[in-house]
Design a protein around this ligand. Structure first.
Ligand SMILES: [Zn+2]
Length: 206
């Protein structure tokens, strides 16, 4: 599995493009803004986009979803509990000062343990409530896309509607810490890390 990172929009949200080299099937995780740059990259890589995967639906993670859907026809996959953010500006927080988000409809509603296939690869859904009620992480082999749940040496905010610090820490402890030390972690903001580094040095996990 190839992983490409692009920091997009004013919040510098990490948008990841993942690709199965054998089939050139690809997926985009959290296309928060800069749709044309993301589409250029997909074209340069020669990928056939299968999925638009959303760790959650805050505006800075979904700003380019509708554009990518229109151009590529890829399926939008989001947790059932966060799907409302695709159409509701109060839910996705854009109504409170962000740029309005073009509405999109979910194609696949995700639940804990669901598996999606990308070429020869399997992407597993781990529900990790706390930053939002329906926040999820995506695990593909040894690559974990952690959205705003787990950051390098930090965790996501829990003070937005539906957020809970207790739930967030519980999610990390019960869903992410059981993973192997060598699993790469690709967060929604900031640098990548590993489960081992976070187990050893993240002050929120302890
Ligand atoms: Zn967020």
């Amino acid at each position: 599995m190839q992983v490409y990172r692009m920091a997009v929009g004013p919040m510098e949200t990490n948008c990841y493009i993942i690709a199965d080299e054998k089939t050139n099937e690809g997926a985009v995780i959290d296309p928060g803004a800069d749709g044309s740059l993301i589409l250029d990259k997909i074209e340069t890589l020669g990928l056939e986009l299968q999925y638009i995967l959303l760790t959650h639906t805050h505006y800075d993670h979904i700003g380019a979803v509708a554009e990518l859907k229109r151009v590529t026809g890829a399926k939008i996959a989001v947790s059932e509990e966060d799907a409302a953010g695709l159409t509701d500006g109060r839910w996705n927080l854009s109504a409170f000062g962000g740029k309005p988000v073009e509405a999109a409809e979910a194609d696949v509603l995700l639940n804990d343990g669901d598996e999606l296939t990308l070429g020869g690869q399997t992407i597993r859904v781990l529900t990790t409530p706390g930053h939002t009620k329906g926040g999820v992480c995506f695990l593909c082999g040894d690559e974990l896309f952690s959205g705003d749940t787990l950051f390098a040496r930090s965790v996501g905010r829990s003070d937005f509607p539906g957020g809970s610090m207790d739930a967030l820490v519980q999610s990390i402890k019960t869903k992410l810490m059981p993973l192997d030390d060598n699993v790469h972690v690709y967060p929604g903001h900031g640098p990548s890390t590993t489960i081992g580094q976070e187990r050893a040095g993240n002050p929120y996990i302890g």
